[in-house]
Design a protein around this ligand. Structure first.
Ligand code: PEP
Length: 251
């Protein structure tokens, strides 16, 4: 059975001290979340070592928000996958729409990033999702299918065991506007079909697909009740420990 996961993307928020306090609050309440639900937090790079320490002894796992598309060397400002592992990460988010939009992240670059992350033992949360204009033009299924194929079709069925997909419609991120449960479910089901076509039914059935985009305690239950929605990638609401834990209890 595929794993249920709630992951918090803190983005560029909190100082180190604030982040450690948030991590401690999440860790302290994490036992309230059912044992079959995984919890992950993704603080900024600067916080990783301290947050790893704060999470020790809890079920909460640590993720980065990005990693470099190169292994090491003269790439000023970049952080490599093995550095993330050495800082205590088990995961990295890759391909978030903010990285695609503001930092020129392409599917081709993502192939290199996913490869390096997996080679170094990190799990990957790969984000896909359409822009508002693409949805308005009725291209949402095509866009999400392309993004999924362009990156994941370079990997094997075995690799897929370490990859989680997050469907995040860009128009729902940080806007307060959530996709309806039906809108989210139909895209999740589409992604699962794409995976089935390439990797077979077992891999498709075992892949965790998260929804992200203004997910909060008040709408998480309805979203997570959908057959192909296996949890959430949470932005704003992950900055409040109580809200994040409440979302973790929404299955
Ligand atoms: C995100 O950026 O991953 C996200 C889902 O943000 P928010 O929950 O704030 O919409």
């Amino acid at each position: 059975m595929r794993k249920k996961i709630v992951a918090g993307n803190w983005k560029m928020n909190t100082t180190v001290a604030e982040g450690v306090a948030l991590a401690k609050a999440v860790a302290a309440k994490s036992a309230e979340v059912p044992a079959n639900v995984g919890l992950i937090v993704a603080p900024p790079f600067t916080h990783l070592v301290s947050v790893a320490e704060a999470l020790k002894g809890s079920k909460v796992e640590l993720s980065a928000q990005n990693c470099a598309d190169k292994a090491k060397g003269a790439y000023t400002g970049e952080v490599a996958a093995d550095m993330l592992v050495s800082a205590g990460c088990q995961w990295t988010i890759l391909g978030h729409s903010e990285r695609r939009q503001y930092y020129g992240e392409t599917d081709a670059k993502l192939v290199d990033k996913v490869r390096l992350a997996l080679d170094n033992g990190l799990g990957v949360i790969l984000c896909v999702g359409e822009m508002l204009e693409e949805r308005k033009a009725g291209r949402h299924f095509a866009v999400v299918t392309e993004q999924t194929e362009n990156v994941l079709f370079h990997f094997s069925a075995e690799d897929m065991a370490k990859i989680v997909i997050a469907y995040e419609p860009v128009w729902a991120i940080g806007t307060g506007e959530t996709a309806t449960a039906e809108q989210a479910e139909e895209i999740h089901a589409c992604i699962r079909k794409v995976l089935e076509g390439k990797f077979g039914k077992e891999v498709a059935d075992n892949t965790t697909i998260l929804y992200g985009g203004s997910c909060k305690p008040s709408n998480a239950k309805e979203l997570f009740a959908q057959p192909d929605i296996d949890g959430g990638l949470i932005g704003g609401a992950s900055l409040k420990a109580d809200d994040f834990i409440e979302i973790g209890k929404s299955f």
